[in-house]
Design a protein around this ligand. Structure first.
Ligand code: BTN
Length: 237
């Protein structure tokens, strides 16, 4: 692997937060990984797991400001999905930022952007349930882990390296303006062709995910497009 530098911590509050607070001391392509996160968070400030079973890491990238930058969430989801698909079947992507196995969440992605002039400093946070043995009663029907699906424990850093080697391939394509990986994202999508309920909104039919990573939906006969940062999906039918 060419460019990534992995910086390991036993414990951090959040790898995304650490990265945001230490960007000046970090370089592009640095990875911060914590064996345990005590205050990890997801989209909408939802709490993320505090245990040593999850793989929790953040990757620092920089790009010129662009409407295409939303594709990085899809690249992260696809990289995780590729690794999982080598071990499991029925792996899918729930737009914009979740990876599922048999409809249960196994990974989540949270990208935070810091825009300075024409440059976006991007913190790509990925949380993957690797060795979790049980989930609490509320999550049991909604969440799963690599251990629960395969029956074996996995080395978290080996999983991280596998994700990074996929990420590198899609990142190279992205930088070259080759967005053909979006065909695989669409193929792996859990939501295309389904009716979904928009957060605090209508039930709409998902038509596709475009080459900007936006969701195209049919909302009462009208075609609408949403960025991942704009909405989240509640119910899926
Ligand atoms: C979500 O499901 O909404 C996204 C979850 C993202 C969790 C990861 S774990 C590594 C990184 N650090 C954080 O605090 N959050 C992300």
């Amino acid at each position: 692997m060419k460019t990534f530098r992995i910086i390991e911590f036993d414990s951090l509050d959040s790898t995304n937060k650490y990265m945001k607070e230490n960007l000046d001391r970090l370089s592009v392509f640095d990875i911060v990984v914590a064996d345990r996160q005590t205050a990890g968070y997801g989209r909408m400030q939802r709490r993320w797991f505090d245990n040593t079973e999850n793989l929790s890491f953040s990757l620092y990238l920089e790009f010129p400001v662009s409407e295409r930058n939303g594709l990085l969430t899809q690249i992260a989801a696809l990289s995780v999905t590729d690794v999982l698909s080598e071990l499991l079947s029925n792996v899918s992507i729930k737009w914009p930022n979740d990876c599922l196995v048999n409809g249960k969440k196994i990974a989540g992605i949270l990208i935070e952007n810091i825009v300075i002039g024409n440059k976006t400093k991007m913190i790509v946070g990925i949380g993957l349930n690797v060795n979790n043995k049980v989930f609490d009663s509320e999550l049991q029907s909604k969440a799963t882990s690599l251990f629960l699906e395969t029956g074996i424990e996995h080395d978290k850093i080996a999983v991280l390296n596998s994700v990074l080697s996929k990420f590198e391939i899609y990142l190279d394509a992205f930088v070259k303006g080759d967005y053909s990986f979006m065909n695989t994202v669409r193929k792996k999508s859990y939501v295309i062709g389904k009716k979904v309920q928009l957060f605090e909104g209508n039930v709409v039919l998902v038509k596709t995910i475009d080459d900007y990573g936006r969701l195209e939906v049919l909302d009462q006969g009208e075609l609408k497009t949403y960025m991942g940062s704009e909405i989240s999906l509640t119910n899926i039918y």
